[in-house]
Design a protein around this ligand. Structure first.
Ligand code: PRP
Length: 178
């Protein structure tokens, strides 16, 4: 195991099983609808690539890159779009895919923004939910796992751009980030 890791929270095997369950639910819910999956760069990429392969429906895939102003702990609630969508959401059933919901600032903004652009529906699939850190109220339709308010890395999540490619979800040793 990587020396920086404190504890593995979810193994590669756990993740595979949970993502498959999420895919089955999403497939059922979006049958006969116009599903557009939007990945929020960069953290969501790993989860998204696994999730779309267990959704047994035609999908339109797109990406957005956003950044909240300030640090996550002192966020102002403002979100800046760094890369916008290639396709229109108008009339489509949008599923926003995220690796983690932390304060909820990013998703609160995205839900509102994509609904105002004329999406038929907007829902969220987040692999991890750090509920204790929430400052904005966000309704997450599909959640993989709840995680504690620790520094979480792996399966797309980074610390200073490292550890995204760890195949498991883990907490980071305090001495690494303090
Ligand atoms: C993370 C995560 C979400 C956001 C959640 O992205 O992927 O987009 O933070 O935090 P919030 O609920 O407090 O808004 P980050 O900005 O770290 O970028 P990354 O995906 O490129 O790592």
């Amino acid at each position: 195991m990587n020396q920086a890791i404190k504890e593995v929270l979810y193994s590669e095997e756990d993740i595979k099983k949970r993502v498959a369950e999420m895919g089955i639910r999403i497939t059922k819910d979006y049958m006969d609808r116009d599903l557009m999956v939007i990945g929020i760069l960069k953290g969501s990429v790993i989860f998204l690539s696994d999730l779309i392969r267990v959704i047994n429906l035609p999908i339109l895939m797109d990406f957005m890159s956003v950044s909240s102003y300030g640090t996550h702990s002192a966020t102002t609630g403002e979100v800046r779009i760094l890369k916008d969508l290639d396709f229109s959401v108008e009339g489509r059933d949008v599923l926003i895919v995220e690796d983690i919901v932390d304060t909820g600032t990013t998703l609160n903004y995205l839900m509102d923004s994509l609904s105002r652009r004329g999406a038929n529906s907007v829902e969220i699939a987040a692999f991890l939910d750090k509920k204790e850190a929430r400052t904005c109220d966000v309704k997450i339709r599909y959640v993989g796992y709840e995680v504690p308010n620790d520094f979480i890395v792996g399966y797309g999540l980074d610390y200073s751009e490292s550890y995204r490619n760890l195949p498991y979800v883990a907490s980071l040793k305090e001495e690494i980030y303090k």
